[in-house]
Design a protein around this ligand. Structure first.
Ligand code: 3HC
Length: 289
């Protein structure tokens, strides 16, 4: 499939990442079919998009009319079979291999045989996801960064079986989204998360060891290393559960103790303190959600 033949993009999962991906696809002129399993999840996803577009309208970068047209290009559905009309699919559901394999198996049966199936996985093996389909040459990683409308990078991940043609189409599509793609190998964490997530984890260990308070650790990294936000606020932004999922994969796959997740992350997940999305993580967001 060539990038110019792509008109309709299916997005599976309307969470923070799925909503962001649906937004930039619709903003780039594509028709989008956004799928999640409940009306609440779809409504939340559409609200994330409206809020994000609202920022642009407020700043005078986008007219309300154009914002409405963008939202109008996004069709929501609870049925995976509605993705049969998509020319390209991007999956952005939970970081659980079994769920991804199930979805890719179904997408493989539902979509046309020339359709590329991309995954936004942060760290899981593209090669393993591809093996759950009958088109492993057309499965590729397209890893976006949070907040998707703001951060320019998309990692394009080539699995062992992904064809060069598929990689090139994903690369060109990322450019059509206005992003800067970088190609990377199918290794745990790819480039960014392999380097960034251990940094975030180290901040959680430092907090547990009482090196500083959450405020002090974050302020120190902003003022001393010129980070846009502190590492603990960054965990809250990506989601404590997501950060833990990525660490578990790095720890398991490399078998290296340097990736051992700080126990506080597991405790926070058990308490439901997942960061911004639940209103509480290392910091409180009740007033901002
Ligand atoms: N949608 C649209 N626009 C947004 C937005 C959103 N969700 N969030 C912020 N923005 C825009 C703002 O409107 C503003 O635009 P402007 O420059 O045109 O005025 C701009 O982004 C800056 O926002 P703010 O002034 O509100 O706040 P900051 O200066 O703190 O910037 C930030 C916000 C861009 C999120 C910045 O804090 C940042 O870069 N943080 C680090 C993010 C990061 O590292 N993300 C990667 C996480 S790792 C990951 O996602 C991988 C996963 O697999 C784990």
């Amino acid at each position: 499939m060539k990038v110019d033949d792509i008109k309709t993009i299916g997005v599976v999962g309307a969470g923070t990442m799925g909503a962001g991906i649906a937004q930039i696809a619709a903003q780039s002129g594509f028709n989008v079919i956004l799928r999640d399993i409940s009306d609440e999840a779809l409504e939340r996803g559409i609200n994330i998009i409206k809020k994000s577009l609202g920022r642009l309208v407020k700043k005078g970068k986008l007219s309300q009319e154009d914002a409405d047209a963008i939202v109008g290009r996004i069709k929501t559905t609870k049925e995976l079979k509605d993705l049969a009309d998509a020319d390209y699919v991007i999956e952005a559901v939970f970081e659980k291999m079994e769920i991804k394999k199930e979805i890719f198996g179904e997408l493989d049966r539902l979509t046309r045989s020339d359709v590329i199936l991309a995954t936004n996985t942060s760290s899981l093996s593209i090669t393993e996801i591809a093996a759950s389909t009958s088109r492993p040459d057309k499965v590729v990683g397209m890893h976006f960064f949070n907040p998707v409308p703001v951060l320019p990078l998309v990692e394009i991940v080539q699995g062992l079986t992904t064809s060069d043609e598929t990689v090139n189409t994903a690369y060109e599509l990322a450019k059509k989204f206005g992003k800067t793609p970088i190609k990377t190998k199918d290794q745990p964490g790819f480039i960014v998360n392999r380097i960034l997530v251990p940094y975030m984890n180290e901040a959680a260990w430092a907090l547990m060891e009482g090196v500083g308070s959450a405020e002090e650790i974050d302020e120190a990294m902003k003022l001393g290393a010129n980070m846009p936000i502190g590492p603990l606020a960054l965990i809250d932004l990506v989601g404590v559960d997501i950060a833990l999922d990525v660490l578990e994969v790095l720890y398991r796959e490399f078998g290296d103790p340097k990736f051992r997740p700080a126990p506080i992350l597991r405790q926070m997940v058990r308490a439901g303190h997942l960061g911004r999305k639940t209103g509480k993580g290392f910091f409180d967001y009740k007033d901002r959600t």
